[in-house]
Write a new protein. Structure first.
Length: 482
């Protein structure tokens, strides 16, 4: 049952890796026949001395470029962050961000549809993409000798992508089949969608990043072209490059390759912070469930740029650090008041979320179900998870994970891209979470628990058996701490 309320974080990565990969051996054969490998790419040219360093700048076109040069890294990670996700879609564009995740691997005016994948396979690399609420990210990891060509191909598809009725129809079929497999045939995913719609209501996060079969199939070619020309504009993008590359030389190549991206800029709609949005006090969602009731409480937390974010992050990490979460220990193991207990943190651009849930038999009356859950959540503040020992063990685990990431080019690039998207500071991502987490005290965590959990009224969520995705909302409350 833990999949039921896994809507907060998993939806932000649910579509990662949705582009199907073909057989590597077959692709390599095609690559040798279909793409010339230059002497430079083959490693026969004289190597250039690489100096470690970081640079980040915004070009005249509006493109933000961040380059972290590290000669110790064996590969080059290139990520193009398009700051347009499902939350920015208009009603007649639902599913477009996900659709473009597929379309961008199509043919351009100069290259066929397979060249991007062929190039990565012949150089032992890999490519992928994912769609989230807040952005669409295109990912490349490749050996250094193949990197220049990646920049060329990336710039090419951002400016010369072929959008026709035929390739749109083809990708619609691919995407809708993916939705059928992942959504229609997955009861857990259907429940996630119902809860998502119920919890976020009229907030832009209320529809899943994947879209629906109906909205994707309704995609109009003229609207798709407008989406590409306007939103896939350099001013909405952040190009992140990490690896054994020369910063100044790479920047000069990027400036040259991206100089002719002549498009009409569309500014993505601003997303309302959770603290500034009015949410219903209680929502009831119905799905085709077994004879159970799922009761939830949702708390809205700070954004990454907020002062309380470090303490909130440590708090949620401490809550979820054990093999058995403290809510399950109370509700299921000790008080035997639930079949399952759920504790899920989420982190989005508009703010953080923490959801507590209880699964019980359908016979339990709704008021009692909410009382039992509320009593258990409020009582967690006196439990052993909120201790100095747990704080230090959680800190060590997080710092260890952070340290490991500093040796992986793609994870460094992800941290840089995420930091810029959330705070506007790309360099902050280089340090990872260490500076933020090293100084958090137990007193700060206790204060965060009081401010964001004890002193606010949560949104109450009830998911029960009934007509699929029917949502009922009650009175409204403001999100965030008061």
């Amino acid at each position: 049952m833990t999949a039921v309320i896994l809507l907060l974080l998993p939806w932000s990565t649910a579509w990662a890796g949705s582009k199907p990969q073909t057989d590597a051996a077959a692709e390599s054969t095609n690559a040798i026949a279909g793409e010339e490998v230059s002497a430079t790419e083959a490693g026969e040219s004289e190597s250039t001395e690489i100096e470690a360093g970081f640079l980040s700048t915004t070009l005249d076109s509006g493109l933000t470029v961040s380059i972290y040069s590290n000669p110790a890294l064996p590969v080059v990670a290139t990520q193009t962050w398009v700051h347009v996700g499902s939350a920015h879609e208009a009603d007649n564009e639902l599913g477009f961000a996900h659709l473009f995740e597929h379309l961008m691997f199509g043919a351009t005016e100069q290259n066929d549809a397979e060249i991007y994948t062929r190039h990565h396979n012949v150089h032992g690399g890999n490519s992928n993409a994912y769609t989230s609420f807040d952005q669409t990210v295109y990912i490349s990891t490749i050996s250094p000798e193949g990197h220049d060509r990646v920049l060329e191909l990336e710039a090419d598809r951002l400016s010369h992508l072929v959008l026709s009725a035929d390739n749109l129809a083809r990708e619609k079929k691919v995407v809708t089949e993916e939705l059928r497999l992942r959504m229609e045939n997955n009861p857990g995913a259907r429940m996630q969608t119902a809860v998502l719609k119920a919890v976020f209501g009229d907030h832009p996060y209320s529809h899943a990043p994947g879209g629906t079969k109906a909205t994707v199939m309704a995609a109009d070619l003229d609207l798709v072209k407008r989406f590409y020309e306007g939103y896939y504009h350099p001013a909405n993008m952040h190009l992140v490059i990490v690896g054994p590359v020369s910063g100044p030389e790479t920047l000069a190549k990027v400036e040259h390759l991206y100089a002719d991206l002549d498009k009409t800029h569309l500014e993505p709609p601003a997303l309302t912070a959770f603290a500034d949005h009015t949410f219903p006090e209680r929502v009831t969602a119905k799905e085709d469930l077994p004879p159970i009731k799922i009761t939830g409480q949702v708390y809205w937390g700070p954004r990454e740029s907020d002062p309380d974010y470090a303490a909130w992050t440590m708090m949620t990490s401490m809550l979820t650090s054990g093999s058995v979460n403290p809510l399950q220990r109370v509700l299921v193991n000790e008080e035997k008041q639930a079949l399952e207990a759920i504790l899920i943190p989420g982190d989005l651009q508009a703010g953080s979320v923490l959801a507590f849930g209880s699964v019980s038999l359908a016979l339990r009356r709704t008021p009692k179900a909410f009382r039992v859950l509320d009593h258990a959540v409020k009582g967690l503040g006196t439990r052993s998870w909120l201790s100095a020992d747990n704080l230090e063990s959680t800190r060590k685990r997080l710092l260890y994970d952070d340290l490991k990431a500093q040796y992986i080019a793609s994870e460094i690039a992800e941290n840089i891209g995420q930091s810029y998207a959330r705070t506007g500071d790309a360099k902050r991502g280089l340090a990872g979470r260490a500076p933020m987490l090293e100084s958090v005290t137990l007193e700060q965590v206790e204060a965060a628990w009081k401010t964001w959990i004890l002193d606010v009224e949560p949104m109450q969520v009830m998911l029960k058996k009934g007509k699929a995705q029917a949502v009922e909302a009650d009175a409204a409350i403001d999100g965030g701490a008061q």
